[in-house]
Design a binder for this molecule. Structure first.
Ligand SMILES: NC(=O)c1ccc[n+]([C@@H]2O[C@H](COP(=O)([O-])OP(=O)(O)OC[C@H]3O[C@@H](n4cnc5c(N)ncnc54)[C@H](OP(=O)(O)O)[C@@H]3O)[C@@H](O)[C@H]2O)c1
Length: 288
């Protein structure tokens, strides 16, 4: 099976390229193929003749989406809808990644697939619009919502990985302040990539939530990352209101799934996500 991977240099895309055993991965760079260029995407489809397209590209700097909603919609909605249509026309399976930010954060238990979305940011609205444009195609498309992705390859949008930054700050003896009243499901890109392969291999379509299991505040997540890294360093808990941003973000956006168990897919816990990340990072640093 050949997979055309869009966004292959990103956190998630790099793990798909590394981990999808049995797939031939064709992963043009962003410079070589811009998903917003629909005719270039169609030409890439016709050239590479994939069995599946996996779209990991997004315009996901949340504050920039607030400032530039047209760009957010062009990248996260219109381009994704057109890509799904092009795949449907060629009977190619289409997978795209969405976000916990489609929810408003008023829940107190992990959101599942049947919960009603209610985005509170331009980013969330644009990603939900992308989901809807894909659903309009009524094709064999798979939309996977995930949350708080971190991987060995830092996102070019952010330029760092959360865990690495915490460890670097602690090692340098710097003060660390992390929000303790924002709860999510931080997800290791390696675990997400493996679950995606299982979903695609099972022929799954429709909407799935895929995230490391268990809600956790970013403060507790950071503290556990330092504990597992064997670093004793204090972290000061702060409130999200102390974190200056123009954009509203959900205070609770942990994801759970009511659909994965039917495919016998169980996501590792967020603590196991940290452990796997640190193990893979050490192997990577050793050149493994
Ligand atoms: N990161 C999170 O915390 C998080 C949480 C929930 C959901 N998600 C979703 O998960 C998906 C993957 O996120 P990620 O963290 O892996 O992102 P990432 O690390 O920022 O990677 C995005 C990738 O897409 C490429 N790209 C961006 N715009 C493109 C375009 N118009 N055409 C072609 N390629 C383009 C980027 O290339 P360049 O770097 O060269 O531009 C990069 O390879 C996204 O859909 C995102 O919305 C992420």
């Amino acid at each position: 099976m050949r997979a055309l991977l869009i966004g292959g240099s990103g956190q998630l895309g790099a793990e798909i390229a590394r981990r999808w055993n049995g797939y031939e991965i064709v992963a043009p760079s962003h410079a070589a193929l811009d998903l917003e260029d629909a005719s270039a995407f169609e030409a890439a489809l016709d050239r590479s003749q994939p069995g599946v397209v996996v779209n990991c590209a997004a315009f996901h700097n949340v504050d920039r989406c607030t400032a530039e909603p047209e760009r957010a919609f062009a990248a996260n909605a219109v381009a994704v809808g057109k890509a799904a249509a092009a795949c449907k026309a060629r009977d190619v399976a289409f997978v795209t990644i969405s976000t916990d930010y489609v929810f408003d954060g008023s829940a107190n238990a992990p959101y599942v697939e049947s919960d009603a979305p209610n985005p509170i940011s331009a980013y969330g609205v644009s990603k939900l619009a992308g989901e809807y444009l894909v659903a309009l195609q009524q094709s064999r498309a798979l939309v996977v919502r995930t949350c708080g992705v971190y991987g060995l390859r830092a996102s070019s949008t952010k330029g760092y990985t959360f865990i690495d930054r915490i460890i670097a700050q602690a090692t340098a003896g710097e003060a660390i302040r992390i929000v303790s009243d924002v709860v999510a499901s931080p997800t290791y890109a390696g675990h997400l990539a493996e679950a995606l392969q299982r979903l695609v291999s099972a022929g799954a379509t429709g909407l799935y939530h895929v995230a490391n299991a268990g809600p956790v505040s970013w403060y507790d997540f950071a503290a556990e990352a330092l504990r597992q890294a064997g670093i004793a360093h204090p972290i000061e808990p702060i409130s999200a209101s102390e974190w200056k941003s123009e954009t509203r973000r959900p205070a609770f956006s942990a994801l759970g799934s009511e659909r994965l168990s039917a495919l016998s897919i169980a996501m590792p816990s967020w603590q196991e996500g940290i452990a796997a990340y640190l193990t893979d990072k050490r192997a990577c640093d050793r050149g493994g």
